[in-house]
Design a protein. Structure first.
Length: 555
């Protein structure tokens, strides 16, 4: 930025002393009408005969009377004040023909940092072509002088090709322009191998999917193609469903597991939802490998888009997978509810956003999204813009636990309050824990989940099933009639819901206010997960290497 310094405006001279000029330090006075506005050498200021320096030396002359000394001192003080005001005017009130531009000639010049540019921007107008009005001089003098000194002395004037008429730099724009950091391929390969081993170990002890004996729910496993990935998928067909009937079921629930989990970990949850809502439930197993190429992992945006494409009218992947599991119809149910636990909750809201976009573009004209239910949902990215992409007439609920580490201290609840604070969007179980709704038939897996996330109260486990089934039934029944009679349990902000169960009542809190600690922890968590936002974890890892373990297990 081009800056100017004035060494005075040529004020009136005081009486001269007979003392020589060498008794006075370098003078700051000069003839601004004859000299350009930049820092001048002392020889240019004093002139040929040193008269200006002699005039400035009067205050330091030992033989001067007290009155003269005071007068000289006052004159000096007045000139210094005049200099400050002049410098201030020159710093902040530039002429219309002065171009305040910053152009870069040396990309590696350390002066052109973001902080330096921001400091310069603080002392210029938003529009360099418009002169600053005189009222701008009313800024606090100390701050303005500090800015002027910073520009003149601390910042070397440089030319760059960045015009300061552009919007002021903010943290978001700086973050958006940050370069992508690629993880070394060796690290991606090692990470992929570790996630593969975890998945293999889980598959060894998980066992086949099952339903409670006597429930009448049929469970079968097949594979499902999502994008370019083939993954295991467990299918739960409700009691009373006749595979040979000419009338297919009208409802389908897509159930997505959480981070480092598998679909079979939720087999009792899936069978309960199939039984209580009379819906087909499909529970795919998707890799949690953050190093997966092309974002095709549980938290990847590309995977969410590919999952939404499953519900396009011309996509037959769901139908083929269901038929492999024993489904005999030629069409799938049209009405869909997306359900996801933990990171699967972040998965389903983003998938819903893509489904809405597909429907608006005409790609999806067959399936209808009736609603979205998160089971203590979390997201590794900011959920607010995702939720804003889902129309308000599509219910989005979160059945959450008490804020703590495993639900990122209630981040999803806070996002729902911000986006849908004027409508019901779920409840928080009193004393609830992250695995309340993660119910499976393998006691070893269930014990391990409780050991990690905390041991759930039986009433909260049963209460989560009652609330989830009631809300889903209403999503389906009221899809085309928002004023229909609902059978689920609801409330207003601040209400306490009583959920009757066979093991005693559970209690749900509607929009409870977060405490100071939870709010602080939520903000810290958001910063923590924002740090790797520009890291590319997947580098040169073949797709076959990522999915090979899952394919081997499903076979």
């Amino acid at each position: 930025m081009r800056t100017t310094e004035s060494d005075g405006d040529g004020g009136a001279k005081t009486s001269q002393s007979a003392k020589p000029a060498e008794n006075k330090p370098d003078s700051d006075q000069g003839d601004s009408a004859k000299k350009p506005r930049h820092r001048q050498h002392v020889s240019d200021v004093t002139g040929d005969d040193g008269s200006t320096a002699k005039a400035d030396a009067v205050a330091d002359t030992p033989n001067t009377t007290t009155d003269v000394a005071r007068t000289g001192s006052r004159s000096d003080a007045g000139k210094q004040t005049a200099k400050l005001i002049s410098n201030l005017v020159n710093a902040v009130a530039h002429a219309p023909d002065r171009k305040v531009l910053v152009q870069r000639t040396q990309p590696t010049d350390p002066v052109d940092t973001v902080d330096a540019i921001a400091t310069k921007a603080a002392v210029v107008t938003d529009d360099p072509a418009t002169p600053m009005r005189p009222t701008a001089i009313a800024r606090p003098i100390v701050n303005a002088v500090t800015n002027a000194v910073t520009d003149a002395a601390a910042v070397k004037p440089t030319q760059t090709n960045i015009a300061l008429s552009t919007p002021t730099l903010t943290a978001s724009t700086v973050t958006a322009s940050a370069p992508q950091i690629d993880v070394p391929p060796a690290i991606s390969a090692i990470g992929t191998a570790i996630f593969g081993l975890i998945s293999f170990g889980e598959s060894v002890i998980e066992g086949p999917p099952k339903a409670l004996p006597g429930s009448g729910v049929t469970v079968k496993r097949s594979t499902l193609v999502i994008g370019d990935q083939e993954v295991p998928a467990d299918w739960y067909f409700p009691q009373g469903y006749d595979p040979t009937s000419d009338t297919p079921p009208e409802r389908i629930i897509y159930l997505q597991h959480g981070f480092l989990a598998r679909g079979v970990f939720y087999d009792y949850t899936a069978f309960y939802l199939a039984e209580e809502t009379n819906s087909i439930v499909v529970a795919p197993t998707i890799t949690s490998n953050i190093f997966a190429t092309d974002g095709m992992w549980l938290g990847g945006d590309q995977m969410h888009s590919a999952a939404a494409d499953l519900f396009n009218g011309d996509n037959t992947a769901l139908l083929k997978s269901a038929q492999e599991a024993g489904y005999t119809q030629d069409e799938m149910p049209q009405n869909v509810v997306l359900v996801g636990h933990s990171l699967g909750g972040g998965f389903v809201i983003d998938t819903a956003r893509y489904m809405v976009a597909n429907h608006e573009s005409g790609a999806s004209t067959y399936y209808h999204l009736a609603g979205v239910l998160m089971l203590d949902g979390v997201s590794f990215t900011d959920p607010v813009p995702i939720l804003e992409g889902i129309p308000s007439d599509i219910p989005v609920y979160n059945l959450s636990a008490t804020p703590y580490f495993w639900n990122l201290f209630g981040t999803m609840d806070n996002a729902l309050v911000e986006v849908r604070g004027d409508q019901f969007h779920g409840a928080q179980l009193l004393g609830g824990l992250h695995s309340d709704s993660m119910i499976g038939g393998n006691p070893l897996i269930q014990f391990g989940a409780y050991l990690v996330t905390g041991f759930s109260l039986p009433s909260n486990v049963a209460g989560s099933q009652v609330l989830a089934a009631g809300w889903i039934n209403d999503m389906f029944a009221c899809e085309n009639d928002p004023n229909c009679e609902k059978t689920g349990i609801y409330g207003e902000p601040g209400d306490v819901l009583t959920i009757p169960t066979s093991v005693g009542p559970a209690f749900g809190l509607v929009q409870p206010k977060p405490g100071i600690f939870d709010t602080f922890a939520c903000e810290v968590t958001a910063v923590f997960f924002g740090l790797p936002g520009h890291i590319n974890f997947a580098t040169d890892v073949p797709a076959a290497q990522e999915t090979g373990v899952l394919q081997e297990i499903s076979a």
